[in-house]
Design a protein around this ligand. Structure first.
Ligand code: CA
Length: 509
């Protein structure tokens, strides 16, 4: 098996006492001189590099993943039942700013401009879309029916508009609208109305009796008959359809005048997340995304990473990268809030890994977190924001959202990302309609299995045929090509779009 000199396992840090199998290994596979596997080890799962006594720390990424639940001889397969979860790191005495990488040590961007749609303010658009946002789910059916007619009857007349999108979320009524936590879904809806891909054209459709009123979403001067439409004001189907089509056409006429122009990276806002991770995600796909993120940040772009439960166990590493005490304090606040949110639900952070994650070799949330954090690269963290909030700074931002793909996607979209990079090990057809999503897989087998659903494979890093820098640079270029409309990601090609599920931790009544 070693005839091509490819390693059978990947060890990350010299102090690690486990390594990850590059492929399915049989019993007796020569992992390294003097060490053979004692039993079959599935691809991406961990092999003990030496004898581990019961209670001894299991180290990967130089970090304690957990403690050996029993004596584990060298060469054993360390499956999740052999790893006992450690305590999560405390939040009270985090040291901030101890590891701030200066910009000149970040990889230099291989390109410094892209082609986007400039907006009056804020980040530029990566697409030119008509966005129709409902205030309440009651209006969703009407808006979706109208959207079909807009696509069929109007869009062909406006060739410079890339498409029309309906944001039909489940929020808006039957909720405790004045509950303090309601600010999260409310600001998410308010911010998605102004998504950079909607070109400043506001189009909001309400029912008329819902709790989420226009004044919670828009300033008074924008609540006009040009921007908002109330279904209960219209006598029946034909009248409301005509009103929506008329409003849409006015917006389309203006959007049709927009053109892409050459723009600096400072007008690009990119989000990162992962889903269906495996033990390779933290070695191949996420570090490549981190490398691309560092290039973007050095070039002046803004990059968001998220997923609270997936960074919780690496919080000291993130605190060390916070540029100010205030940023570190916000990080601790968001983590503390989420700890309590989970505790109220009777669970802890280890509720996160899915059966697929575990099948993919991720023993627990610590191992998943270490891999997940790799996507943030090494740039300093300039700001921490809550779910659906807007960044006020450029650079690397921690946006504290749930890890759920659809909730993280919706929250980052509300925070104004023009593109999302999505890393996957197990594979998902995930896509967003408001902005393009580039999917990066962690293993070559995934790309071979789904050649038309995965945009970039980072698998060559595991087999030693490419470096993180090479795949990261390829990804950086693909991000700019996608943002510039020159590359159409797989999910856009097939129209594979998930619903936007805004985070709502507030009571439903
Ligand atoms: Ca996710």
């Amino acid at each position: 098996m070693e005839e091509n000199n490819k390693p059978l396992v990947i060890q990350i840090k010299p102090e690690d006492n486990v390594a990850v199998a590059v492929e399915d290994l049989p019993a007796g596979a020569p992992v390294r001189p003097g060490l053979e596997t004692r039993e079959p080890v599935p691809q991406a799962h961990k092999v003990a590099l030496r004898n581990l006594a019961k209670g001894e720390a299991i180290l990967r990424y130089g970090v304690v993943l957990g403690y050996a639940a029993q004596d584990i001889p060298a060469g054993s397969w360390i499956h999740e039942k052999l790893v006992e979860l450690p305590e999560s790191p405390g939040l009270d005495h985090l040291e901030w700013g101890t590891h701030l990488v200066p910009p000149e040590q970040l990889p230099e961007p291989v390109r410094t401009t892209w082609m986007g749609y400039r907006n009056a303010s804020g980040p530029a658009g990566t697409r030119n879309l008509l966005g129709i946002v409902t205030t309440v789910q009651c209006a969703a059916g009407v808006v979706r029916a109208a959207l079909e007619r807009i696509r069929r009857e109007l869009l062909p007349r406006y060739p410079f508009v890339d498409g029309a999108v309906a944001i039909t979320h489940p929020y808006g009524c039957g909720v405790a609208i004045n509950a303090p936590l309601a600010e999260i879904p409310i600001r998410s809806v308010a911010h998605i109305i102004r998504h950079p891909n909607f070109g400043g054209e506001v189009m909001v459709v309400g029912l008329g009796c819902e709790k989420l009123t226009y004044d919670r979403l828009l300033p008074p001067e924008e609540i006009t008959p040009d921007n908002v439409l109330t279904l209960q004001d219209y006598p029946g189907h034909d009248a409301m359809m005509q009103a929506i089509l008329d409003m849409a056409e006015k917006k389309l006429r203006r959007l049709n005048g927009r053109r892409r122009e050459e723009l600096p990276l400072s007008l690009l806002r990119v989000g990162l997340q992962c889903g269906g991770s495996d033990a390779f995600s933290g070695v191949t796909a996420n570090p490549s995304a981190g490398y691309a993120a560092d290039m973007l940040v050095r070039g002046g772009a803004t990059v968001l990473f998220s997923e609270v439960t997936e960074v919780r166990d690496g919080v000291p590493l993130l605190a060390a990268r916070c540029v100010e005490e205030k940023v570190c304090r916000r990080l601790a606040e968001e983590m503390d809030w989420y700890d309590r949110y989970l505790a109220e639900g009777g669970v802890d952070r280890d509720a996160n890994p899915t059966p697929g994650n575990k099948k993919g070799g991720l023993a627990n949330i610590v191992e998943k977190a270490m891999g997940s954090i790799a996507k943030s690269g090494s740039s300093p963290i300039v700001e921490v924001i809550g779910p659906g909030q807007l960044p006020t700074r450029s650079g690397l931002i921690y946006a504290a959202t749930p890890a759920s793909d659809f909730v993280c996607g919706a929250s980052q979209a509300a925070s104004g990302i023009g593109l999302q990079v999505f890393m996957t090990g197990r594979g998902t057809p995930y896509g967003l309609e408001v902005c393009p999503v580039l999917k990066v897989c962690s293993r070559n087998e995934m790309k071979e299995h789904w050649p038309d659903l995965i945009d970039v494979s980072a698998g060559a890093i595991a087999t030693g045929e490419a470096t993180v820098a090479q795949v990261g640079t390829e990804l950086f270029e693909k991000i700019l090509d996608t943002a510039s409309g020159r590359y159409q990601p797989c999910s856009d090609r097939y129209g594979f779009y998930n619903d936007l599920c805004f985070f709502n931790p507030a009571p439903i009544t």
